[in-house]
Design a protein around this ligand. Structure first.
Ligand SMILES: Nc1ncnc2c1ncn2[C@@H]1O[C@H](COP(=O)(O)OP(=O)(O)OP(=O)(O)O)[C@@H](O)[C@H]1O
Length: 398
């Protein structure tokens, strides 16, 4: 096919060749080898200081190619037009303490070198343990319409809740990406599989999904969640784990072992909900835990799948009620959850599809909302259908 544009370049071995762009491919020859990348695999290319740099994505890996070039401005412009990469202004938010503390190096060593070869601009914000500054929240939806989070589910939950309170209209205007740098990163697994690189690819190729959010109304606050609300064991164990965050991911194993040694607890509460078929359900009594999810709530590190039938864009939520079983039975159940969601067939489990639900406790109890801990006596949870545009692709389940 006749190229749309070509430019004369020199490889790092000082061989003269030409970069050729067609409507479907970018190709060149080097060392008697033909390099051909479909434009779906080309993320960007830039000419600067007599160097033409290209970044490609194949088999989940990025590859950078550098060529010497006298004048590549025209070719850069044609490439940019053909890739359809309209310049965006990204707000990049990274949480320096989430997960194993890799977000800053992931940002500077992986994402920014790629972004530098695209026409996009960005501003970076490093989170603190304080709330997001009002000045930043106010710019979202106006100055920034594209937000990239490098952190965990909690980092995004806090941002969305701040937007809901102060700048609600922005939620209809923005696109949100989450690149996994947290401990679980359930939302990122839902949207990009277990791959940081696929997350970057989905942003730069502009793959988006209109997905749901959960509106969570506690005694003191109204919050937004993308992934899960849990009480009982699913809140107590992460609450204990947060207190020993200094042990890194090992903290989850420590609290798991401690839970098996310490006296076992059941939690008394009332749960009511409106199921997706309109039927009302009410249960009062002891539970080991109740979890309500908006996606499968997988994580980066194992095959755990608390809500195997949930999708971020299903328009409803999935609830898992765990009967008050004892330690030995729970050990079996735990391994079933880890085994890609086999627990749904366990007799101690009630699995429900719902639109809204309410949990009432006898006294203030810990609630785990997207990994952040709250204390409340009651909580109402409602699905907000197709309330947010997420960067990602739903077929990347793995
Ligand atoms: N600079 C900082 N110093 C201390 N804490 C911070 C800082 N920035 C954010 N935080 C806290 O980090 C928490 C959010 O962490 P996040 O949930 O994203 O990570 P994670 O728990 O490792 O991941 P996941 O939620 O995916 O399991 C919030 O409680 C927030 O207050």
């Amino acid at each position: 096919m006749k190229p749309l544009d070509s430019v004369l370049v020199w490889t790092d071995k000082f061989q003269k060749t030409s970069l050729n762009l067609t409507s479907d491919y970018l190709y060149w020859e080097s060392n008697k080898r033909l390099y051909a990348y479909h434009l779906d695999e080309v993320l960007g290319g830039k000419f600067q200081d007599s160097i033409f740099c290209i970044v490609t994505f194949r088999k989940s890996k990025f590859k950078f190619f550098k060529f010497s070039c006298e004048d590549g401005v025209c070719f850069q412009n044609t490439l940019s037009l053909t890739l359809n990469s309209h310049p965006k202004f990204f707000l990049i938010i990274y949480n320096p303490i989430s997960g194993t503390g890799t977000s800053k190096s992931d940002l500077f060593n992986i994402f920014l070198p790629i972004l530098a070869l695209t026409p996009h601009h960005y501003e970076i914000y490093e989170t603190t343990s304080q709330a997001y500054p009002v000045s930043l929240i106010d710019k979202i939806g106006n100055e920034f319409t594209d937000i990239v989070i490098l952190g965990g589910d909690g980092t995004l939950h806090l941002l969305l809740s701040a937007l809901y309170k102060r700048n609600r209209l922005s939620l209809n205007k923005i696109r949100i990406a989450i690149l996994p740098s947290g401990s679980r990163n359930s939302l990122s697994v839902e949207l990009n599989g277990k791959s940081f690189n696929k997350g970057v690819y989905n942003i730069l190729k502009n793959y988006t999904i209109l997905g749901d959010l959960m509106l969570v109304d506690t005694d003191d606050d109204v919050l937004l969640a993308t992934t899960a609300v849990m009480c009982g064991l699913g809140a107590d164990l992460p609450y204990e784990a947060e207190k020993i965050r200094k042990y890194g991911l090992f903290r989850f194993a420590i609290v798991g072992i401690k839970a098996l040694i310490m006296p076992w607890k059941h939690y008394f509460c009332s749960f009511s909900c409106e199921k997706t078929d309109g039927e009302m359900l009410e249960r009062v009594g002891n539970f080991l835990g109740i979890s309500i999810g908006n996606n499968k709530a997988q994580n980066l590190r194992n095959d755990e799948m608390p809500f195997p039938f949930a999708h971020i864009n299903s328009g409803n939520m999935d609830a898992v009620l765990i009967d008050p079983i004892y330690k030995l039975m729970f050990t079996k159940l735990f391994f079933q959850i880890l085994n890609s969601g086999q627990h749904v067939n366990n007799p101690a489990i009630t699995y429900i599809k719902l639109k809204k639900g309410e949990i009432k406790f006898q006294e203030n109890s810990i609630l785990n909302i997207d990994g952040e801990m709250y204390s409340t006596k009651k909580v109402k949870i409602e699905i907000l259908k197709k309330a947010l545009k997420y960067y990602g692709k739903l077929e990347h389940f793995n």
